[in-house]
Design a protein. Sequence first.
Lengths: 293, 388, 553
Amino acid sequence: MTSHTKGSYYLPPPSKWPLVGSAGIFCLLFGLANWLHGNHFGTVLFGIGAMLIIYMIFGWFGTVIRENEAGLLNNEQVEKSYRWGMIWFIFSEVMFFSTFFGTLFYIRVYSVPWLGGEGIGDLTHVLLWPNFVAKWPLLATPNPNEFTAPHSVMNTWGVPALNTLILLTSGVTITIAHWGLLKKKRTQLAIAQLATILLGISFLIMQGVEYGEAYMEKGLRLDAGAYGNTFFMLTGFHGLHVTLGTIMLIVIFGRILKGHFTPAHHFAFEAVAWYWHFVDVVWLFLFIFVYWI
Amino acid sequence: MHTIIRKCCRWMSWMLLLCGVGSAFASKYNMPVGVTPISREIYTLHMTIFWIVVAIGILVFGVLIYALINHRKSQGHVAAKFHSSLKVELIWTIIPFLILIAMAIPATRVLMLMEDDSDADLNIKITGYQWKWKYDYLDENISFFSNLATTQDQIQGKAPKGENYLLEVDKPIVVPTHKKIRFLVTANDVIHSWWVPELGVKRDAIPGFIHEAWAKIEKPGTYRGQCAELCGVGHGFMPIVVVALDEPDYKKWVAEQKGVALKQANALEENKPLTKAELMEAGQKVYGATCTVCHQATGMGMPPAFPALKGSKIVTGDVAKQLSIVLHGVKGTAMQAFGEQLTDKDIAAVVTYQRNSWGNDDQAKFGKAAGGLVQPSEVAAARKASSN
Amino acid sequence: MTPTRVSKHHDDDHDHGAHQEPGFLGFVKRWVFTTNHKDIGTLYLTIAMVNFLLAGAMALLIRSELFLPGHRLIAPDFFNTMTTMHGLIMVFGVVMPVFVGLANWQIPMMLGAPDMALPRLNNWSFWLLPFAFTILLSTFFISGSAPNYGWTFYAPLSTKYGPPSTDFMIFAIHIMGMSSILGSINIIATILNMRAPGMKLMQMPMFVWTWLITAFLLLAIMPVLAGTVTMMLTDRHFGTSFFDAAGGGDPILFQHLFWFFGHPEVYVLILPAFGVISEILPTFSRKKLFGYHFMVYATAAIAFLSYIVWVHHMFTAGVPIQAALIFMYSTMLIAVPTGIKIFNWVATIFKGSITFETPMLFAIAFLFMFTLGGFSGLMLAIVPADYQYQDTYFVVAHFHYVLVPGAIFSAIAAVYYWIPKWTGHMYNETLGKLHFWLSTISLNITFFPMHFLGLAGMPRRIPDYALQFTDFNQIATVGAFIFGFSHLIFLYNIIQTVRGKGKKATKRVWEGAHGFEWTLPSPPPYHSFLTPPVFVEEASSHEAWDVSDHHEK
Ligand code: HEA
Ligand code: HEA
Ligand code: CUA
Ligand SMILES: [Cu+2]
C-alpha cells in the first residue's frame, strides 16, 4: 500500500501481525494465569493464544521472506537494522540467563553458607536452623519437612558430558553449513544443516532421558530445595531455547531446500546460527557451574 | 597549607554551629537526636550532610538565579559564544568528588561503630509476626507478644483518639539503660522492620534469617516506633514501644515477669471450669485484640484472603478441628499458630466466643455441633494430644 | 547539540499523510496496524496521558485517606493496592511510555531518517502495552485483592502470602518487559544505523544520546526483571524455594534481583528527561549546550554506575558491612556525573539570551527541583543516616522530587516544546504559563512537607498514622489536589492544540532551535526524511552559534 520505493530504505506497509502477536501473547498469558487458578476457560484461552502466536510467526516471517525474495530488503542499511536487532535481542537473552546464574551464585555463595552458620549467618544457624549442614549440592534442605532434597545428583561425566559434546559438535556443523553456503556448495550446506538439526534433537532427547532419571530415580525435582530449583530453572530454560533454536534450524533447512539464500545475502541463516552459538555457549556455562563444580 | 587547615577549622566550627541551630528545630521537622550514642552520631552525620548539600545548593541555585535575572533577552542580553572548557569541566568533576570523600569518611566511621555488636550484655530475639512483635529474652527465659493497644473504636472514629494513637502496645519491651543490648531480629511470616527512631535502630526482620542490631540507651524513658516494612494489611498497626528502666527497676521487672510465668504455669494445672458469661466476656477481649485485624469485628473477614468466621463450617462444626486451627494455624497462610501466643484460658474463651457470636450457635441452621462451650482444660488436653 | 548545516536538497515532496480508509473501521485499522513512527509516538503519548490520570487519581485517593488519621475512606487493604498500582502504573505506564513516545516522534526526525529502523517491531512494542495494562487492571476484578505489596513486590509477601491476582501482575510485567526490550532494540538499531550521512555519534543531539544509553540500560535490566518474576511464579505454584530459607533460598535474594533491575530503572526514567532538558535549555538561552562531550560521558557514567549501586535500597535488610560500604561509595559517586550535568546546564544558561516560554519554565523548574531531589538522594546514600530514613516519607519525598519535577516535568516541557512541530499549531502560552505556576507551587506544597514527615518518623505505605503527623499530611493532600487539577489545564491545552486551535507554527518554531527536526515543515511529512539530508558540521566548533535559519543560507 504505502510502501515507499522512493527512499532507499524499505518502509513496510501497515501490518496486522504485531497486533496478532500481541493478542496471542495476551491470550496465552492471561489464559495461563486463569488456568493456574483453576478457571477452565483459561486452558482454552491458552490454546487460542498459542495458536495465534504460531499464526503470527508464520504470517510475519512469511511476509518478511516474501519481501526478501522480492528484493525489497536487499539493501545494506535494511540488512544492518536486522543485524543490530538480532544482536541486541541475543544480548537481552544473555541477561535473562544471567538472572538465573546470578541466583545460583547467590544461593551457593551466600544464602546456603549463611544458613549453615558461616559469616553473618552464625546466629541464623544457631537459633533457627541448628540441624542444617551447608553443602552443595544441597542434599538436605534447612527444613526437610517442607522441601525434600534429592538423594543424589546427576553424574557430570555421563549424559551431561555427552550433551556437551553434542552441542559443541553442532556448533561445528553449523559453521560447516555456513561455509557451504558461502562457497555455493549447496549439498554441503544442506547436509551440515541437517546434521545440526539432528544433533539438536538428540540433545533434547538426551535431556529428556536425564530429566526422567532425575525425577524417577534421584528425587531431583524442581521443588527439591535450592539445588533442584536452580538445576531445573537453568537447564529447563536452556532446553526451551534449544527447542526454539531447533525449530528455527528446521525452518532454515526448508528454505535451503527451496533454494533460498545467496552467499551475499543470507541474513536469516546467520541470525539462526548466532542464536545457535548463543545457546551453545550458555550450555558450556551450565555444564561448568551446574554439573561440574 | 596552614591557611587551608585554618579554613577547614573555621568551616567545621560553622558546621557545628549550624548543627546546633538544626537541633533547636522542633522534632516535628527533623530527625530525633535520640538517646543512644549511635542515634546521636547519626543525627550529627545527618545534619553535617544536610548543611553540606544546603551549601552546594545555595551556590548552584545562586549562580542559576543570577543568570536567570541578568541574562534575559528582555534585558537586551546577547548570548555569549562559549560552549566548552576542559578546565571548568575538570574543576566541577574534582571538587564534588573531594566533597564526597569528605562525606564518606564520617559516614564510614559511624557505620563501623554501628556494626560493632560484640560484648553484648543482653540478647533479645525479636520476631515479627503479622501484625505483632514477639520478644524472647534469651538470657532470662522471658518471652511474650506485643500487640497494638489502640482500640478499633478509635481507629474507626467511634471513640476519640488517644494521645499515643497507633503508637501504644499492650505489653512493651522493657530494657535496662546503660547496657549494650543486642537485638536479634527475624520474622515468622513476611518481612517486617523493627524501628525505633530514638534508639537509632532499624533492622529488617527477614523470615528464616537473623540479623543483628544493638543499642545502649542512656536515658530511662518510653520510646516509640513502628514497623517499617510493608507487611500486609496490618502494616500500619504494629507499633513498637520500648521502655528503658534503670538497672534496679529493670531487675525488678525481670523478677516480676518470672513470677507471672510461674503463675501461668500454675494456672495451667488448676484450669477451673468457667461459666459461659465469663468465657464470652474474656473471649470478646481476646478476639478484639488478636483476631479482628483479619476476621473483622463483624466476623465477616475479608474473603478470600481472610475467611468469614460467621457461618464458617469450621466454627459451626467440630470443636476439635477449630481448636487445632487456632492452636496450630494454617501453614502458608496468615493464620498463625495462636497456641504459642495465647494461654489456654484465652484460647478457650476466644473459641467459645466465635462459636456463640454472629448467630453461629444456631443449631437449627448449622446442626447439633454448633455453639457450645470450650473449657481451658480441653485446650490443654488438645495441646497435649498434638505435642505427642 | 552540535550545530548542523543541512544541505539544500531535502525532500520537498508533498506529504501523503497516513493512509486511512473511511469510516470507524478505517480509523481503527490505521492506528492499530500502523508502522509509522509518528503514529506510534502519538499512541505512546496517549496511553501515557491516560495512565497518568488513572495513577494520579489513585494518588489522590491515597492522599484523601491520609488527610486525617483514622479509617475514613478506603480499607487498609485497598489502600495498599492503591499504593502499589499507583507506583507500578506511574513507572511502567506513564514515564516509560511517555519517553518512548517522544523517542518515536523525535529520534527519526533528529537523525534525518525516514522512520524507525524496524517499523513493524515498533508497532508490536506499542501494542503489547494495552494488553499488559488490561491484565494489570484486571486484577481489580479478581477475587481477593489486587496487588497490595508495593510496587517493589518483595517476597514472601508477594509469593507465599500474595493474593491470587499476583500471577496476573507477573504476566503483565512479562509483557511490559517484552515491550521494552523490543522497543529498545528498535531504538538502538535506529540510532546506530539510520543517522543521516555524515552525522557521527558524537554529533548526535543529546536527546538521541540519552536514549541510546537508556536503551542499553533497558536491554540489560528488563530480562532480569522477567527472570525474577518468573521465579516468583514458580515459588508460588511449582514448589520452588528461591525466596524461602526453608529450602535454601533467601528473601533478600529477591531484593537483590529486583533492585538490580530497579535502580537502573530509575535512571531509565530520568536519562531521557536529561536529554529533553539538554535540548530545551540551549534553545531558549540561544546558546549552544555547554560541554557536549562531557554531557555524553556523564550520561554514560551514570548508566554504568547505576548497575553497581542497587544495594542502597537494602541497607537495613542486613547486608554485610563491606557490601554496605562499597555500595555507599558507588552510590555517592553518582553525584559526580549528575553534578557535571547540572553544572553544564547552568553554564549553558549562563550568559545566554534567555526567554521564558513554557517549555523553558518547566526546564528551569526541573533544574531546581531535580537537584533538590538529588540532594535528598545523596543523604539517603549515607548508610548510617539511611537507617533512619529508610521506608519513611523522606524516601517518598526524595523520589517524588526526582520523578515529578524531574521526569514528569521534563516530559511536559518536551510536549510544549515539540507540539507546535507535531501539530503545526502553537499551544496557548497563557494557559501554559498558568499550568506551570500552578503545578510548580502545588507540587512543592505536596511533596516538601513529606521530608519533615519522614524525618519525624512517619513510615511509608501506611493507611493511618499517629496524631503528630496530621498537619503536614493535610498540607500535602491539599497540594496534591491543586497539582492534579493543574494538569487538567494541560490536557485542555494540548487537546485544543491538536484540534488546530492555536496560531500556525513556523518551520523552526523557536528562534533558538537547532537540529534536523526544525528544517522540516510543521507539521512534518508522514515519512520524515525520505531522502536523507546531509549533515555538515560547522568548520570550527568554536564558531558562532548562529540563530538564523541555516536552511536559508
Ligand atoms: C528518576 C528517578 C531517580 C533518580 C534520578 C534518583 C537519584 C538518586 N537516588 Fe533515588 N530513588 C528513586 C528514584 C530516583 N533516584 C526511587 C523511585 C526510589 C524509591 C524506590 C522505592 O523504595 O520504592 C529511590 C530511593 C533511593 C534510595 C533508597 C532509600 C531507601 O529506601 O532507604 C537511595 C539511597 O541511596 C537513593 C539514592 C539516590 C542517589 C544518590 C541519586 C543520585 O543520582 C542523585 C544525584 C544528584 C545530585 C547529588 C544533585 C546534583 C549534583 C550536584 C549539584 C553536584 C554536587 C553535589 C554533591 C557533591 C553532593 N534513592
Ligand atoms: C513517575 C512516578 C510518579 C509520579 C508522577 C507520582 C505522582 C504522585 N504521587 Fe506517587 N509514587 C510513585 C511514583 C510516582 N508518583 C511510586 C513509585 C511510589 C511508591 C509506591 C510504593 O510504595 O510501592 C509512589 C508513592 C506515593 C505515595 C506514598 C504512598 C504510600 O507510601 O502509601 C504518595 C502519598 O502521598 C504519592 C503521592 C503522589 C501524588 C500526590 C502524585 C501527584 O503528582 C499526582 C498528580 C496527578 C494527578 C492527580 C492526576 C490528574 C488528574 C485528575 C485530577 C483528574 C482525575 C481524572 C480522571 C480519573 C479522569 N505517591
Ligand atoms: Cu510489619 Cu510492617
Ligand atoms: Cu536506587
